[in-house]
Design a protein. Structure first.
Length: 612
């Protein structure tokens, strides 16, 4: 430990050396509950371990018999020699087979618990509020779902089994030793604490370094995620930041490398201690036992058997020396997973029964709604608006005015701090979240597609959709012609996030997807990006069937969309500053008139061709 003194200080100041302990009370019942489905296999593992521990004693005992009886200097016994050697080999074979069986059972339990945990973790994460995802690094989430869950396997098949195995080995060995010779036993056992005590601090150090390593891995995972995503890589390339990113990666890589080396070095202390024990322990036994043999108080076979038994004692003893640390690390893994599982699901803030809306007329109302994402800046201030069933409302306003925020409150990605948002007069907070969202369709500014075929992406809107339905929706969204022209048609893979398609094509696919869902309420966040006029016309044409027969809330950047609305709400700085029809708003000469002159007028007025 001496050589590591300087390093130790450095790490301490950097990583706030926590003593390995669990802060919250350990949730034993919960951990136990995870094992419950595998109780049968676990019992069998236990039986394997116990039988294995007893069988493991056989070689030492038969060696004793071999030395003292079969090879007795005066009456050697060839028959006994064969029996002893045969028994040794047989015990090795049986032990080996038990090991294989135990290995299978271990994997079964470990992998099973991992599958269960991973599934419940991912399912739980799917119910986390959007705010959780905007404020947590994807890499960290990924790491918990992958590495932390993987670590559970280590805990189950590693730590737990190692505790039981080692305890069983120690108990059987110690009992056998005392049965053979209590004096030699005392001598042999006296050495154990001397060797093991120094391992305590080493274990604690190891725990700290492990913890730091895990955090560093979180960081690397995040960086990899961010830089290797399609958006990230595009950014890197366009700003020619490859070298910069490589340097950044090199830096965290070096940090991780240092930590890993440190971990390996700390591990060497364990090995050094065990190595010392393996040599010093038997030496002392030989010395004491030798005297006993000289005084004819013990047999050579007993000493030989003792040496063999010592090998079964020191290994498990040193393994158990670091056990407190191992247990705490193991519990920490469960803690990290439980921490995620304990996070409140979205929509859980309001108690009481929730109503499931089976059918919806589509009346939407915001009543004096104020909302802030971070509790500091208000994104919406006293917003009130109403849309009649089947009506089309356009939201216009400068960038950052809060338009997208309005749509996020309507789909209940967030709850307002003040006021209420309602559908058909029901406060959203009193409604069943999933049932509510069944009635709402969203086409966002950035459309997201899964790396899958066009057909699968469309079916996300309606899993049971037939090919004919897919085509009808695609036709309505003016994208069927394009899809039909692709070499693989509807089976074309769209690429990561749909990046093998143009922005306009992606958006029309998203529209077709929502058409298949056929929601009563539609939210449309028009892309701000300029589209070529052909795409523009196609998307415009796609909007018409989309809005028919639905209550639509459209964030409009194009005059044609605005003009197809029944009512226009003008947002500025989180407030609704004006509302009314295009003509009345123009006549007012306010914000809308200004936006009209600077933004909307630039778009070609295709609206004249549009049906009223
Ligand atoms: N997740 C978030 N956390 C904190 N603040 C946010 C978050 N999302 C948006 N905001 C802030 O809320 C305000 C309103 O944002 P919003 O996205 O509603 O604007 P917008 O009107 O849709 O703008 P644009 O036309 O550019 O899309 C902005 O000031 C923005 O910075
Ligand atoms: Mg927006």
């Amino acid at each position: 430990m001496m050589g590591g003194g300087g390093m130790h200080l450095m790490w301490s100041s950097m990583y706030n050396p926590e003593k390995p302990r669990v802060r919250k009370p350990v949730q034993w019942r919960r951990i136990l509950a995870l094992f419950l489905p595998y109780a049968r296999q676990e019992t069998m593992v236990l039986v394997c371990i116990l039988i294995g521990a007893v069988i493991g004693l056989a070689p030492a005992l038969f060696t004793r018999h071999l030395v003292d009886v079969a090879l007795a200097p005066r009456h050697p016994d060839a028959h006994a020699l064969w029996v002893d050697v045969g028994a040794m080999v047989a015990s090795a074979v049986v032990g080996g087979m038990l090991g294989v069986l135990q290995g299978y059972l271990n994997s079964f339990v470990g992998e099973g618990i991992m599958r269960d945990l991973r599934t419940s973790l991912v399912a739980h994460l799917h119910h986390m509020p959007i705010a959780f995802f905007t404020s947590t690094k994807t890499g960290e989430i990924m790491n918990r779902v992958s590495s932390d869950v993987d670590n559970v396997d280590n805990v189950v098949t590693g730590t737990l089994v190692s505790i039981v195995t080692n305890v069983a080995m120690i108990v059987t060995t110690v009992v056998t030793m005392f049965v053979l010779d209590w004096r030699l036993s005392l001598v042999a056992l006296a050495v154990v604490p001397l060797m093991i005590l120094p391992l305590g601090p080493v274990g604690r150090k190891m725990y700290q370094v492990r913890k730091a390593t895990r955090e560093k891995r979180d960081e690397i995972e995040s960086m990899t995620q961010e830089t290797l995503s399609i958006s990230g890589i595009t950014l890197i390339k366009s700003f020619v930041r490859e070298t910069f990113e490589a340097t950044r990666f090199y830096k965290v890589g070096t940090d991780l490398m240092d930590l890993e080396i440190r971990l390996a070095m700390v591990g060497r202390w364990f090995i050094a201690a065990i190595t010392a024990m393996v040599i010093v322990g038997p030496a002392i036994v030989w010395l004491t036992g030798g005297y006993l043999v000289i005084r004819e108080a013990a047999t050579v076979g007993t000493i030989v058997a003792f040496i063999a038994l010592l090998g079964r004692l020191y290994g498990p003893a040193s393994a158990l020396a670091g056990i407190q640390v191992q247990i705490v690390s193991a519990l920490a893994v469960f803690e990290r997973i439980f921490e995620y599982l304990d996070m409140e699901r979205e929509g859980a803030q309001v108690a009481g029964p929730r109503e499931r809306l089976e059918t919806v007329r589509g009346e939407v109302a915001f009543e004096d709604v104020s909302f802030s994402y971070d509790g500091e800046r208000l994104a919406l201030e006293h917003v009130s608006l109403q849309i009649e069933p089947g009506g089309v409302a356009a939201l216009v306003g400068p960038s950052g005015a809060g338009k997208t925020t309005v749509t996020q409150l309507l789909s209940r990605f967030y709850d307002p701090q003040e006021g209420r948002v309602s559908v058909d007069g029901h406060d959203l907070r009193s409604l069943d979240l999933a049932a509510l969202r069944e009635h709402i369709g969203i086409v966002t500014q950035e459309t997201y597609l899964f790396h899958d075929t066009i057909a699968s992406n469309l079916r996300y809107g309606k899993p049971s959709a037939t090919q004919a339905e897919l085509e009808a929706a695609a036709r309505a969204a003016s994208i069927h012609g394009f899809i039909a022209g692709l070499p693989h048609g509807y089976d074309t893979i769209v690429g990561e996030r749909g990046h093998k398609l143009s922005g306009g094509e992606r958006q029309r696919l998203a529209i077709a997807r929502v058409l298949l869902k056929d929601p009563k309420i539609l939210i449309l966040d028009e892309a701000t990006s300029a589209l070529d006029s052909e795409n523009e016309a196609a998307i415009q044409a796609a909007f018409v069937p989309l809005m028919r027969g639905r209550t639509s809330l459209v964030i409009a950047h194009r005059l044609s969309t605005i003009l197809s609305a029944d009512v226009i709400f003008v947002l500025e700085g989180g407030r609704i500053v004006e509302s009314g029809s295009h003509q009345s708003l123009l006549a007012r000469g306010g914000t809308y008139a200004r936006l009209y002159r600077t933004q909307f007028q630039k778009n070609p007025p295709e609206f004249q061709e549009m049906p009223a």
